[in-house]
Design a protein around this ligand. Structure first.
Ligand code: PMP
Length: 401
């Protein structure tokens, strides 16, 4: 008898489990709209040209495989903070930003969670309802208490702005408010610039600490600056804040696990101390981060020519997603004579569309139509080709009715 007898079977991951089920399906019309990963029009994974160029450079230079420092590659940390806040941001010049390379967005969030657990005992993290499914896991495992704030309004398939503001106001003073910097996952619904200002007002009033999760910079609108504007608006107010970054989507570096945690502090001295403690948290967890993805980012963002080429490729990716979004909308409009308003699809931004399909309807999408998606009604438009928009519209229309 095994010593592990008491260990029960864990449930499949609600997002990554969808890909497993997809692989097992032999129907040729099958579509994987579960995981948020960019696909070409032929529905194939895509390695960016700038990534290949950077890797070629790295090979030519014969770079070694020595350990990185605990905080990661210095040239990466420099460019990643600049990309986020703007290269000429006074916060950077004043050395008020503590940046530590993390294991992509997830690992960076996890480091911040560990910091909160250690230095803000009892403080709560407020998470949008709904949010990316892994947020709750991350804070649970870090033993950080959390609660939800209203975000999604099913009646409009839009933002419940009043509910959001009321819940942020009602939270205990000094809570951490987790915000999606752009392209909210799973809803694809972002506050307007005016709404961001009001959110910042309330957070400031309540002495909360904003905590941004930026997983889609440049990928949502096609512009790196536009997608960072929410974070920059908060930073410009002089607020202390946390920002987790990921290069999984915008550079297609999913498996390289490259990202960062940035903590904007009110003084250079505080930033130095905070950084020292994040390093102390990282050391026993994984010692130091991997170098390959960090070098790619440093090469692409640090070289004006590659940087411009990256921006062009990002626009192409964001543009392809926008065009299938439009086509899906057009197909649904043409099919549905009931007068139902499908325009929410066009108002959503980023990789995802939140269809408003409930669990039973999402099950119908998968069981009858072989369309794999998460049970909350989220579909990844990055996994859709224009050739399959019509088919998807049929599936959605059928599942709604
Ligand atoms: N935050 C959000 C909102 C995400 O959607 C994702 C990726 N799906 C992540 C963080 C983290 O992804 P990664 O760990 O690959 O950077």
């Amino acid at each position: 008898v095994s010593r592990f007898e008491s260990i029960t079977m864990a449930p499949p991951d609600p997002i990554l489990g969808v890909s497993e089920a997809f692989r097992a399906d032999t129907n040729e019309m099958k579509l994987n709209l579960g995981v948020g990963a960019y696909r070409t029009e032929d529905l194939q994974p895509y390695v960016l040209n700038v990534v290949k160029k950077a890797e070629k450079l790295m090979l030519e230079r014969g770079e070694n495989k020595e350990y990185l420092p605990i905080e990661g590659l210095a040239s990466f940390n420099k460019v990643t903070a600049e990309l986020l806040l703007g290269a000429d941001n006074p916060l950077i010049l004043q050395q008020r930003v503590a940046t530590v390379q993390g294991l992509s967005g997830t690992g960076s969030l996890r480091l911040a969670a560990a910091l909160i657990e250690r230095y803000f005992p009892g403080a709560k993290v407020l998470i949008s309802s709904p949010s990316w499914g892994n947020h709750k896991n991350i804070f649970n495992d870090a033993r950080v208490p959390w609660s939800e704030y209203r975000y999604y309004d099913p009646s409009t398939v839009g933002l419940d702005f009043d509910g959001m503001i009321a819940d942020i106001k009602a939270a205990p003073e000094g809570s951490f408010v987790l915000l999606h910097g752009c392209a909210h996952n799973p809803t694809g619904i972002d506050p307007t610039p005016e709404q961001w200002e009001i959110i910042a007002d309330v957070i400031q009033e309540k002495n909360h600490i904003p905590f941004f999760d930026v997983a889609y910079q440049g990928f949502a609108s096609g512009s790196l600056d536009v997608d960072a504007s929410s974070v920059r608006l908060f930073a410009a107010r002089g607020l202390e804040l946390l920002v987790a970054q990921s290069y999984s989507k915008n550079l297609g570096l999913y498996a390289e696990r490259i990202g960062a945690i940035n903590i904007v502090c009110s003084s250079a001295d505080a930033a130095t101390r905070v950084k020292s403690q994040i390093k102390r948290l990282a050391r026993p967890m994984y010692s130091n981060p991997p170098v390959h993805g960090a070098r790619i980012v440093a090469n692409v963002v640090g070289d004006p020519e590659l940087f411009n080429e990256w921006k062009e490729e990002m626009e192409v990716m964001a543009g392809r997603i926008k065009s299938v979004r439009q086509k899906l909308y057009d197909s649904l409009r043409a099919k549905d004579k009931s007068g139902k308003d499908w325009s929410f699809i066009l108002r959503q931004i980023g990789m995802f569309s939140f269809t408003g399909l409930n669990k039973a309807q999402s099950d119908n999408m998968t069981n009858k139509w072989h369309v794999y998606m998460t049970k909350d009604g989220r579909i990844s438009l990055a996994g859709l080709s224009s050739a399959k928009c019509e088919y998807l519209a049929d599936a959605i229309f059928d599942s709604y009715h």
